[in-house]
Design a binder for this molecule. Structure first.
Ligand SMILES: *Cc1c(COP(=O)(O)O)cnc(C)c1O
Length: 363
C-alpha cells in the first residue's frame, strides 16, 4: 500500500494503530463471534465498551462529575438547535461571537427556533475573519454565549476564553477537541462532531453541566439532554461502531500521554508549516497574527488561483491528499489533527519548496 498523507478537514485521518486494532477484532469482538456492529446495545459487551469510552474521555479532559457526557448523533450541526432548546430557558436569548462560517450557521439555526432571540456580541467580520474578537463584554440577560473555539475554515482559534463573566459559555470544539488543553470548568457545555479529531462520523460528543438543563421544558426524547443523560445516551440505538472507534482513539490518546502531549506535538507540527509559510515568497497564510493561528487547520494561498489549482493537483500526485481549501475561501488548507504524523508535514514542506522553486523559474 502506498503511504499517503491525508490533510482532510473531516472526515479526517485516524491513528494507524487504531485502524489495525479495528481490523483485528472486526469479525469477532471480544471473542463473541460477532462484530461490534452486530451486538445488542443492551448487552454488557456494549455497555462495558461505552462506559469505558466515557471514563477515558473524562480522564483525558478532566471532566468534573457535575458534567454529563453524552454520545449523540446528528453531528455538531444538530447541537446548533439542541443547545438553545435545552439551555436557553431563562431569557430565551443567546449571544454569539461571529468568528466565521460555523459560528454563523450556529446562530442562524438558533434564530430559526421560535421564541428564541440571538444577538451578535462581537464579530471579526472587519478582518475578514482572519482575527478573533477578544475582551467580550456581555449584559447578564443571556442564557449563554456561543463560541466556535477553532474556526475550521478560516484557520483561527481561541487558546483562552475571550469572555470572563458569569454568562455560561457553550463551545463548539469540533476541530480542536483533545488537540489543545482547555479547562472544562470554563464552559457550561462543549460539543464536537467526532469526525475531525476523534473518530468516524455519526457520533457527536456533548459535555454539559447538569444544572444548566435541569430547568428545560420537557422535550421530545431525541432533543432532550435530560432524557439522553438519564439513559446514558442509549434511549434509542446509539451509533455503536462510531462510539467503539472513538473509545479506541481515547485509549490511544492516553497511551500517547494525553491531551498535553498532543498539544505539544500539534504545536510542533503547526510551527513547522507556519515558519515555512512566513518565510516563503510564494505561499502565505491569511491569518497573519500569530496569536489567532489555529493549531489544527492551516489555510494558505499563493495569491494566484491558477497556481493554487496546479499546486493541489501536483500535491495529490505526490500522495499529499485533500489539500484543497474549503469552497468558501478557496486556496489550500492543511488539517493537522492529533493522528496526523509529523513526517507528513515535513513531506508537505519539502514539496512546497520544490514547487516554489519551479514556479519561480517559470514566472
Ligand atoms: C465541521 C464543523 C461543524 C459541522 O459538523 P457536523 O458534525 O458535520 O455537523 C460545526 N462546527 C465546526 C467548528 C466544524 O468544524
Amino acid at each position: 500500500m502506498t503511504q499517503v498523507y491525508n490533510f482532510a478537514a473531516g472526515p479526517a485521518v485516524l491513528p494507524a494503530e487504531v485502524l489495525r486494532q479495528v481490523q483485528s477484532e472486526l469479525i469477532s469482538y471480544k471473542n463473541s463471534g460477532m462484530s461490534i456492529m452486530e451486538i445488542s446495545h443492551r448487552s454488557s459487551l456494549y455497555t462495558d465498551m461505552a462506559f469505558q469510552a466515557e471514563a477515558d474521555l473524562r480522564k483525558l479532559m478532566n471532566i468534573p462529575a457535575e458534567y454529563d457526557v453524552l454520545f449523540l448523533q446528528g453531528g455538531a450541526t444538530l447541537q446548533f438547535a439542541l443547545a438553545p432548546l435545552n439551555l436557553a430557558n431563562k431569557y430565551h436569548k443567546i449571544a454569539f461571537a461571529d468568528t466565521g462560517h460555523w459560528a454563523q450557521r450556529a446562530q442562524e439555526d438558533g434564530q430559526l427556533l421560535s421564541g428564541y432571540t440571538t444577538e451578535v456580541a462581537a464579530s471579526s467580520k472587519l478582518s475578514n475573519y482572519t482575527e478573533l474578537p477578544s475582551g467580550i463584554e456581555l449584559a447578564k440577560n443571556y442564557d449563554y454565549l456561543h463560541l466556535t473555539m477553532n474556526n475550521t475554515i478560516e484557520g483561527t482559534m481561541y487558546k483562552d476564553l475571550p469572555y470572563k463573566g458569569d454568562v455560561p459559555v457553550v463551545g463548539d470544539l469540533s476541530s480542536i477537541i483533545l488537540g489543545q488543553e482547555y479547562n472544562v470548568n470554563d464552559f457550561g457545555m462543549i460539543y464536537a462532531g467526532a469526525q475531525k479529531n476523534i473518530g468516524p462520523a455519526g457520533l457527536t460528543i456533548v459535555i454539559v453541566k447538569h444544572t444548566l438543563f435541569e430547568e428545560a421544558p420537557e422535550l421530545p426524547a431525541m432533543f432532550s439532554y435530560a432524557k439522553q443523560a438519564a439513559k446514558h445516551s442509549a434511549l434509542n440505538t446509539p451509533p455503536v461502531f462510531a462510539i467503539y472507534v472513538a473509545g479506541l482513539v481515547f485509549k490511544w490518546l492516553l497511551q500517547q500521554g494525553g491531551v498535553s502531549q498532543m498539544q505539544r506535538r500539534n504545536e510542533e507540527k503547526a510551527q513547522l508549516l507556519y515558519d515555512y509559510l512566513d518565510s516563503s515568497k510564494l505561499f502565505s497564510t491569511p491569518v497573519t497574527e500569530k496569536k489567532w493561528r489555529s493549531l489544527t487547520n492551516i489555510p494558505f494561498v499563493t495569491g494566484d488561483k491558477a497556481i493554487d489549482k496546479r499546486f493541489i493537483v501536483q500535491a495529490q500526485a505526490n500522495n499529499l491528499l485533500n489539500l484543497k481549501g474549503h469552497r468558501l475561501v478557496g486556496g489550500m488548507r492543511a488539517s493537522l489533527y492529533n493522528a496526523f504524523p509529523r513526517t507528513g508535514v515535513e513531506k508537505l514542506i519539502e514539496f512546497m519548496q520544490k514547487f516554489e522553486k519551479a514556479v519561480g523559474g517559470t514566472r
